[in-house]
Write a protein that binds this ligand. Sequence first.
Ligand code: M6R
Length: 609
Amino acid sequence: MCGIVGYIGTRKAQPILLDGLHRLEYRGYDSSGVALVDATLAVTHASGRISELETKLGGTVPASTCGIAHTRWATHGPPTEANAHPHRDCTGRIAVVHNGIIENYAELRTELEARGHTFTSETDTETLAHLIEEAMKAGKGLTSAVQTALRRVRGTYGIAVVSADQPDKIVIARLGSPIVLGIGDDELFVASDASAIIGHTRDVIYLDDGEMAVLGREGHRVMSHDAKVVTKETTELDWSDEDAQKGGHPHFMLKEMLEQPEVIRNSMRGRLNVEEGTAVLGGLRDVAGRLRDIDRLVVVACGSAYYAGLVGEYMLEEYAGIPVEVELASEFRYRKPLLTKRTAVLAVSQSGETADTLAAVREAKMKGALTLGIVNAVGSTIARETDAGVYNHAGPEIGVASTKAFLSQCTVFALLSVFLGRQRQMSLSMGKRIAEEMRRLPDLVAGILEGRDAIRAIAERYAATTDAFFLGRKYCAPIAFEGALKLKEISYIHAEGYAAGEMKHGPIALIDATFPTVVLCPKDSVYEKTRSNIEEIRARGGKIVAVTTEGNEEAQRFSDDVIYIPKTLEMLTPILAAVPLQLFAYYVSTSKGIDPDKPRNLAKSVTVE
Ligand code: M6R
């Protein structure tokens, strides 16, 4: 949610900052801006995409070798040029970029205006620039002025600040919104996530909450907000620049869908022990004893990660025999979660930075529960704050609509079910059966992806619809929810996902010839029941797109369109069934001329509550 990039070094800053903004555009893209500092401060803003900012900047590259930049996803104030970051103080010599929300900005603004400050935007961020201005006027240097300002604010932030009065310095700070410092040769970078700077360096330092850093010409210094020096470890990123690029595909979403066979392989690599019918999850080794004793698992997650959690619920209850509840992380702490020492709370998050999921983890920790993570972004806050966890190894996911991360989350849930199941009652033969079948998944997914032209043809036929239902039962119910989310996110079509049996309890009233239903009806233990639901819809004139198992000829008779997926174990079917729905949403989106990587109103990582 919003992206920050900063540079100080020996090269001209502007091209590096613009390149970083392009890489971060997936985090927010309603306005952007850049501040270049030397003896003066030059700030340029534009509303709309980064290309608008580039047009405004023109062809001349300024000599400045230090600057900060921002791409915004609006929280306070509409996405106008005036509200674009960086924000300045009254003197125009200090510039701030900020991710997060200053909760007490209204009272701070009233107070600052009463003291004569003039605001030029409607944002919460601008209060920070004026607070820093006051502290510098009182004689403090930039670093100490930032510390003073931060003591006044409530809320969350990842910030980068420059001042024309100390032009060889960038001050950064973090509380609740990620900031990473990149270390190059004679140059330093800052970013809200590493994909912005991976083209320049792989050596990064993740700031923790309550930490700040000063980036200068002589190096960097990390400290706590109260100025105590903190020694930090440098992490070497294990993904490449190429991983974060489109690789010749028109969209990141397509590239990421096509990567899924490899992603599943990577999620399973070194983790499946077919001989012993179990999963080896190194990240859980230290808590294996505690896991043997848990009597309940609560999954907390948002969006697609929540639906992956629902898939996990079916898997874990059936194969590990552990009672599982899946909670929307955004609601978790508003209830009174009843957690004991034998409850494990498992956060599922691609970014590892989702504010609500992180807050749920902290709530669970406070109540003494064992906290676990299924996280994709290595070194992210949730990965670091949970007691133990399993990384997805899906590589960076840039497309706003989650695809490969979702599939890898379901894959990790299957591994976890085998691991926890084998700790309990699961037989060796059952463990082996699942492990063997899991090994086939990458090829099965590759086969579905190869058939994408047929799915594109179907999608194009439905692109003009204004509404759609997605139905599924048992393991495929969460996939129906996920399919509906995908379609609405990137095609702006009203879509609802329902457990198939719920249809006749109300939603069927909406069915007519203009309201198509995508039904997940693989040949599994609930096939006949879902088949009846299809008849109920057909009887009311509704159109059916069936996703069913290869060889199911009768589907041609009861459907308007059929998409086939290969046969696998029922528990693994959701991993296959999700793929055609991703492709369907993608092709509906592109045939409507929408950019699926940057759907309106959305941002990749939701780091505000
Ligand atoms: O980074 P996270 O997995 O925590 O993100 C959770 C949701 O924001 C995310 O899955 C969102 O729903 C996606 N846009 C779905 O495609």
